[in-house]
Design a protein around this ligand. Sequence first.
Ligand code: FA5
Length: 346
Amino acid sequence: MAEDIAALTAQAQQELDNIADERALEAWRVAYLGRSGRLTQVLRSIGTLPAEERRTAGAAANQAKGALEAALAGKEEALRARALAREAAGGALDVTLPGRPVALGRLHPISQVLREILGAFASMGFAVVEGPEVEWDYYNFEALNIPRDHPARDMWDTLWISPEGPRAERPMLLRTLTSPMQVRVMEKTRPPVRIVTAGKCYRYEATDATHESMFYQVEGLAVDRGISMADLKGTLYEFARRLFGEERRVRFRCDYFPFVEPGAEMAIDCFNCAGAGCRTCGNSGWIEILGAGMVHPNVLRGVGYDPEVYTGFAFGMGPERVAMLRHGIDDIRLFYGNDLRFLRQF
Ligand code: FA5
């Protein structure tokens, strides 16, 4: 048996020496080391030998297998080196070519504007916090002074998570605004509170040039003793100057949100026409950027703050809107169309 193995190995080795390409090498591997290759069969037959022969034959066969496998690896390497040398000699491979550049991504334009907005408030002493996009009805509505069946709920077309919708015992939804974070933060902290939060909101509405069913909001909240409407105006005025430039004028007008009293909307004078009226501002000279107001006493009471002692302001803005104004983009859907030709411009 041992002699057979030695003869087989010698033959295999000799054939291997004559091989000059990868296809022949593969055929050789299958013929000797493959599943029904000759050496494999020898190895299999060892179990049938009488016990006294089995040990020597087994050792010889295993040694032969190791030797042939090593010879195969050596031949593979030699063939590869030869192919490489041939390519280099033929000029097909230019090892002096510079490497291919790795494609670099960039921040989405909304991420960029979010960083800028949050950075402006952070430098005014606001802490940045994050909250859930899937929310309880309680935080999205009830705790914001919008009880069940209150008509104000119609201001926000809601995507419900709970199958029974708003009739569920504990209704759950995709938050329609970032204002629930006002309540979540106040529940966990004692005044003074000064936070900003950014994140996605969802509304069940038909999309158009200025409306998406998924969009971002940036919410701000400041609560302490003696906070007044003057603090609200001063903070937002400073924000507008930082984001839109030194010479911006700011306009506040009354607006209604159930969780603030009084409520306001803030506009800046159009940076495109400086208030004269143009396409960007719809000829009004003003661009509305956010809703705001003094936190409603019912909201403060709901989180255990005494509205006789503490007052606060809150605001909420749409960063897509800010980015659109900044870059002169006329359709919000471009941000989320995943079109690199658009996104690469920022
Ligand atoms: C609110 O959501 C209030 N939570 C804002 C607020 C916060 C008021 C704190 C008072 C105190 P409103 O529904 O107007 O308000 O939305 C605020 C901003 O979100 C809008 O000005 C707009 O820029 C953006 N927005 C609202 N709906 C959409 C939409 N479908 N697509 C894109 N942006 C939207």
